[in-house]
Structures are given as C-alpha cells and as structure tokens.
Design a protein around this ligand. Structure first.
Ligand SMILES: O=C(O)c1cc(=O)[nH]c(=O)n1[C@@H]1O[C@H](COP(=O)(O)O)[C@@H](O)[C@H]1O
Length: 253
C-alpha cells in the first residue's frame, strides 16, 4: 500500500473545503505600482490573492510584493522562468526573500531546469512552484508552428506529468485540459487555471477558455482572472460575481 495516500487524501479534502477567496488570483497587469495599488483599493477587500506578472514586476520590482504582503494579501509571482538550470535556480533563490507564495516557470524548460528549480525552492520561505504547460493564448496551429506536432491537450498532459516527476507543486493549464490533468496527475497537485471568461466577457488574445464555474467543476484549484475584473466598469462587483460562481460550482464539485 502506498504510504503517502492518506496524506494526499487529506490534502484533497482540505482543497475542496477551501474558501472561494483562496481560489481566485486577480492578475494585476498594470504598468506601475501606483496604478496596481489604486486598483487593489477599488476591490474593497473582496480578493485575497494577487498575481504580479512581468509587466508590473519589471516596472515596480519586489517592493510592491512587500507592500501587498504588508496589507495582508497573498502574492503569486508570475515570472514564467525559462532559462538554463543554473540561472533558473538562481532566480528562484532571489525570489525567496520577496514573500511571494507562488512562482511560475515554463515546463518546456525541461526536466533538468525544473529539478534545479525544485532544489532551489527547498530553502525556507521559498514560493511553491507552478509549471506552465501550454499557454492559454495558443491554439493548435500556434503550437504546431513552434515545431510541436501534438495537440495542446496532449502536450499539456506530457508537460504536466514531467513537472510532477520533477516534484513541482502544481501546474498552470487551460480550462480545456484541467479535467484530464485531474484524472492523470496524483491527488494534491495544484491546478491553476487562467483563460477564464465569464459569460459575455471579451475573449481578447485568449484561445482556450471557459467560464469560472466550468473550470472549477472540472477540477481547478485556483483561477487566474485579469481583464474580466480589471477592465470591468465595477471591478468589485465583477470580482464578487466570479467569487459567487466559484462558491456555487465548488459546493457541487
Ligand atoms: O501563468 C499565467 O498566469 C498564465 C498562463 C497562461 O497560459 N495564460 C495566461 O493568461 N496566464 C496569465 O493569466 C492572466 C490572464 O489575464 P486575462 O486574460 O486578462 O484574464 C495574464 O496575467 C496571463 O499572464
């Protein structure tokens, strides 16, 4: 019998009971700390997790992460690391002191790169690592154009299994793959899902999308939502509607 099984089941139960606020990360894709913090204020305390991506991090640096942490928020640092193993391991070490809870890297950087990142993330205070599989902005033709002959679904499964073997804590995938990844991966992996579009929201550059409720029912641990909240006329109301959809879907999944 597999000794790790009871612990994994406990994790799954804990995940199912998680508050809707811990299943939504708002993508702060803004050009400055001032505009990002002004936006956070407009959400009236409804959201707990904020994703700081390349646009904001390159402009504002790690000071903004400290500011968000001081205000009691959790930070998901989305730098999508993709470099040689030594450089990625160094980047993970540099991020450790920022207080970010999650950090992304590209699974397509390969096994040795992910192993080096996982080893670097053993240090106390390190973020949990998330491996990005196939970007939600890519359709099959985009992927094939990079020389990968597989469908986005097959490639996402292949990369997620590789990331799991390397000991990465979770994966970023599109809503179209979350159900199959839940079935193929061990219980306990975090599945973080962008490409979320509530009914009627503009699709923009995303290609593999679904509604918040559908992604949660298919097994997403956490949703990443940017423009449907940041560009809404009333962002606090848009966030509240998505949280309500997560809550409703979570209670029956
Ligand atoms: O790693 C990510 O967060 C990510 C991976 C991916 O495959 N697709 C994707 O959209 N994202 C991020 O999720 C957010 C989605 O934003 P919206 O399309 O505005 O909701 C952006 O900040 C992206 O950088």
């Amino acid at each position: 019998m597999e000794i790790a099984a009871p612990q994994r089941l406990d994790q799954a139960v804990a995940e199912a009971r998680t508050d809707a606020k811990d299943r939504l990360a708002v993508a702060l894709d803004f050009p400055s700390a001032v505009s990002a913090l002004a936006f956070v204020y407009r959400l009236e305390g409804r959201c707990r997790w904020f994703k700081v991506g390349m646009e904001l991090f390159y402009a504002a640096g790690s000071g903004l992460i400290h500011d968000l942490r001081e205000k009691g928020f959790e930070v998901f640092l989305d730098l999508k690391l993709h470099d040689i193993p030594n450089t990625v391991a160094g980047a993970v070490q540099s991020v450790t002191s920022t207080g970010a809870s999650l950090l992304t890297l590209h699974a397509s950087g390969g096994e040795r790169m992910m192993l080096a990142a996982v080893e670097a993330a053993q240090a106390p205070g390190s973020p949990r690592l998330l491996a990005v599989t196939v970007l939600t902005s890519m359709d099959g033709a985009d992927l094939n154009g990079t020389g990968v002959a597989s469908s986005p679904r097959d490639q996402a499964v292949r990369l997620a299994l590789l990331a799991q073997r390397c000991g990465v804590a979770g994966m970023v995938c599109s809503p179209e793959e979350v159900e199959i990844l839940r079935r193929k991966l061990d219980v306990g992996n975090l599945l973080v899902v962008p490409g979320i579009r509530p009914v009627g929201a503009a699709i923009g550059d995303q290609r593999r999308i679904a509604t918040p409720g559908s992604a949660i029912r298919d097994g997403a641990s956490m949703l990443v939502v940017g423009r449907p909240i940041t560009q809404a006329a009333d962002p606090a109301q848009a966030a509240a509607a998505i949280l309500a959809e997560i809550e409703a879907a979570g209670s029956i999944s």
